[in-house]
Design a protein around this ligand. Structure first.
Ligand SMILES: *Cc1c(COP(=O)(O)O)cnc(C)c1O
Length: 392
């Protein structure tokens, strides 16, 4: 099918819920994507932080094909090897104790919210169910995770929303203490706010938040749906902040392009959800888990060190271009935000770059770059050259 045919068919039969860029994609290699006509695009998006291994990875494709040929799905009423091995690796590499597997980020966060409320219910009974989240956060699109999201624009149309969420400004511990009205069971944060604009939390704040939560027996829940699985240059961002959260959600990059998510819980929380308390039909699907095992195999400590290096290289490269529309860069690893100066909008900049063969994302009022973690220096240089040509 031609690009035009794919776009026309999509517009006719798929609900119009995405503001899509006018590009159809057909295949890829590394961090380069191709449309059906063979036109190349350098990818600084990785499917919004999903395709950590880029495109056309043989090990990944073979593991998926082998597992699909062997066993595509049974159910969680039986045991299978791939999710068990993936859970073991995730626990051993993080210091957490057990995993619940689900399918998407919003769903993982729902599970984490259930876990926090159940923990508190078991210990204190009813009435201690409020979860404090941060202003400018993003936690998902379900009715509950929309309400957990600390941005008013998301609290619209779909009334009534789930009760039991309050918001505090980021990096302000006193404001969080003010939320102590005897009804709080947990605090949920992203360590680098992604959709909100690539805004890393301060290290001192996060350490103090961990201590505050421990003192009040509030669970510290960390949403690593975007920051997890090597994106920030460590397997999870919390490892750079020197904390061990009570529970951590992950999704996007976990299976390198197949739908999978989950929750990691520490020793205190690993048994909070018992049989019949929480479930999902596809959770821990063996094909997705086999893909996840390949991702874990490739994300060695040396590979993660290179992610940090590449992030530095790309940020310095962007700043060295001195483009009139861009201000400072920020972020961690290959999760990069760029300020957009007054007089330009991130949407028009993204449209121009994409039109010229460089796929980028926006977040908040700025730009957001989430390249595949396997991106090469040559691919980054090609992307920087497109930025220079289009935006200078
Ligand atoms: C993308 C994202 C989500 C939602 O994940 P879905 O898979 O789209 O449900 C939740 N939290 C954060 C931090 C995200 O970046």
């Amino acid at each position: 099918m031609t690009s035009e045919a794919v776009k026309a068919l999509t517009r006719q039969y798929v609900m119009n819920t995405y503001g899509r860029f006018p590009v159809a994609l057909d295949h890829g290699e590394g961090a380069t994507l191709y449309d059906p006509e063979g036109r190349a695009y350098i990818d600084f998006t990785s499917g919004i932080g999903v395709t950590a291994l880029g495109y056309g990875n043989r090990l990944w494709a073979e593991a998926v094909a082998d597992q699909a040929g062997k066993l595509g799905h049974v159910s969680n009423l039986f045991y299978t090897e791939p999710p068990a091995r993936l859970a073991e690796l995730l626990c051993k590499r993080t210091g957490e104790s057990a995993v619940f597997f689900a399918n998407g980020g919003g769903e993982a966060n729902e599970g984490m919210i259930k876990l926090a409320r159940k923990y508190s219910f078991d210990k204190y009974g009813q009435g201690r169910s409020t979860i404090v989240t941060l202003e400018n956060s993003f936690h998902g699109r379900t009715i509950t995770t929309l309400k957990a999201t600390g941005q008013d624009v998301f609290h619209n149309y779909f009334f009534p929303f789930t009760e039991g969420f309050r918001y505090a400004p980021a990096n302000d511990l006193e404001a969080l203490k003010d939320q102590d009205q005897g009804d709080v069971c947990a605090v949920m944060v992203e360590l680098v706010q992604g959709e909100g604009g690539v805004l890393p939390l301060d290290k001192a704040y996060v350490k103090a938040l961990e201590a505050l939560c421990a003192g009040k027996d509030w669970l510290l829940l960390v949403d690593e749906v975007q920051t997890g699985v090597g994106r920030t240059g460590t397997l999870f961002a919390f490892q750079q902040y020197g904390i061990l959260p009570d529970a951590v959600s992950f999704a996007k990059g976990i299976a390198g392009g197949l739908p999978m998510s989950g929750i990691l819980a520490n020793e205190k929380c690993k048994d909070v959800l018992g049989p019949g308390m929480h479930a999902t039909t596809f959770g821990g699907n063996p094909v997705c888990a086999a893909a996840g095992l390949v991702v874990q195999e490739i994300l060695s400590d040396e590979f993660l060190r290179q992610v940090r290096e590449k992030g530095e290289y790309l940020r310095r490269g962007i700043e060295a271009l001195n483009l009139p529309c861009f201000g400072k860069t920020r972020g961690l690893g290959l999760m990069i935000g760029i300020e957009v100066r007054e007089g330009w909008t991130n949407k028009e900049i993204a449209a121009k770059l994409i039109e010229n063969g460089l796929l980028v994302l926006t977040a908040g009022p700025g730009m957001r770059l989430l390249p595949p973690l396997v991106i090469t220096k040559e691919e980054m240089d090609r992307g920087l050259a497109i930025m220079k040509k289009v935006l200078a």
